[in-house]
Design a protein around this ligand. Structure first.
Ligand SMILES: [Mg+2]
Length: 380
């Protein structure tokens, strides 16, 4: 028994230079919620909760963590990660259903779950990936994410220069622009580099079917979230009519929601996001599902330093992980917050092994981007 004695959060925020466009809404700054859970033995674990959208997500997450998650953690045994995870879901999911916001609930739980795993590693004096069944690898391929909708050729060329061997292009900005961007990307990287594409749910099934010849001509290996609302039946229809391999999962919450997608022949790649779907606990369960159905996992990763670190630990411990999404856009909340950030070389990343989530945060850098700090309500 190692009692949880404190829980806090910080909203981290920093402006970006390159005004990242998505098919649904631009991302004008980078922001994450850092969750900090402390135990009676004097250790503090860190987790990350995803708040990229909507722009006011931080306000919601502060309230959900402070008033929903933290009171359920205080006084509990931090070593019982699975049991605590289940307790959080059992108590908070019903509120999420009534609210119509099950996702934000799981995004909040993700931050707590990752902090508990970090604590487990810190307590053991070992990287999380060396606990339980141990490591399955020490390096992992990455793909460069995400290019577009402007200057795709130039950026793709930069990625190849930096040694990347796989690149993802953003689509869903209208057929003419999408066609131009796919052609520019393929021309810039040549035939030897793998191309993926992400539509961020921009199309209906008919529009996605109409895009299939362009995707095939550019040699796109899989299309991510091609259909609005991500309905499995729609994805299956698209796959039936075109044969396109499909990737999805960044908007699925918990291994339970992945079950039918993992079993479907339409879905080639599962993409759980550790800071959204429920931390390492759910991501490991998704990897087990993927392995059972012979599917690959390429975790979604578009966040900060702690989500990056946790995803690398998952890659080190789960056989099903075939690669990692590597954000090549301006990200002041990833590498600048890490002491010695892992950097890919020739499309591969060495998986770090420091105690906890494998990395060390630069505390001064974290303090410099801290917008708000909030403590748990006092525990009685
Ligand atoms: Mg995506």
């Amino acid at each position: 028994m190692t009692r949880i004695v404190d829980a806090r959060l910080r909203v981290l925020r920093a402006p970006v230079n390159d005004g990242i466009a998505m098919s649904f809404s631009p991302l004008r700054d980078r922001s994450i919620v850092l969750v900090e859970v402390s135990t009676e033995d004097g250790l503090t674990g860190r987790g990350e909760s995803w708040i990229n959208y909507p722009p006011w997500a931080a306000e919601e997450r502060v309230a959900t963590l402070r008033d929903g998650v933290f009171p359920l953690l205080l006084g509990e045994d931090a070593t019982r990660i699975s049991a605590l995870h289940r307790r959080l879901c059992a108590r908070l999911d019903p509120l999420g259903r009534q609210w119509g916001a099950p996702g934000p609930i799981r995004q909040a739980i993700s931050g707590a779950d990752l902090a508990l795993w970090d604590l487990a590693g810190l307590r053991a004096g070992a990287a999380v990936s060396t606990l339980a069944g141990g490591r399955v690898r020490d390096r992992i391929p990455v793909y460069a994410s995400s290019l577009g909708p402007e200057d795709v050729g130039e950026k793709a060329h930069e990625c190849v220069e930096a040694g990347h061997t796989a690149v993802k292009v953003k689509l869903g900005f209208g057929r003419a622009k999408d066609e131009r961007n796919l052609a520019q990307a393929r021309e810039a990287v040549g035939p030897g580099v793998t191309l993926y594409a992400d539509a961020n749910q921009a199309w209906d099934v008919a529009e996605a079917v109409a895009m299939a010849p362009l995707l095939r001509d550019a040699g796109v290996e899989w299309i991510e979230e091609p259909v609005r609302g991500n309905p499995l039946a729609g994805l299956e229809e698209l796959h039936r009519r075109t044969g396109l391999p499909i990737a999805t999962g960044e908007n699925l919450y918990g291994a339970g929601e992945f079950r039918d997608f993992a079993a479907s022949p339409a879905i080639a790649v599962l993409q759980p996001d550790l800071a959204k779907t429920g931390g390492l606990t759910e991501a490991l369960a998704v990897c087990a599902l993927a392995e059972a159905h012979g599917k690959s996992v390429l975790p979604h990763l578009y966040g900060g330093a702690v989500a990056f670190a946790a995803t690398l630990q998952l890659a080190a411990m789960a056989e099903a992980v075939a690669g990692i999404e590597y954000d090549v856009r301006d990200n002041p909340l990833r590498d600048p917050l890490l002491a010695g950030p892992p950097v890919p070389e020739r499309g591969m990343l060495d998986l770090p092994g420091l105690p906890g989530l494998g990395v060390r945060l630069d505390e001064q850098a974290v303090a410099a981007v801290t917008e708000t700090e909030v403590a748990a309500p006092s525990h009685t």
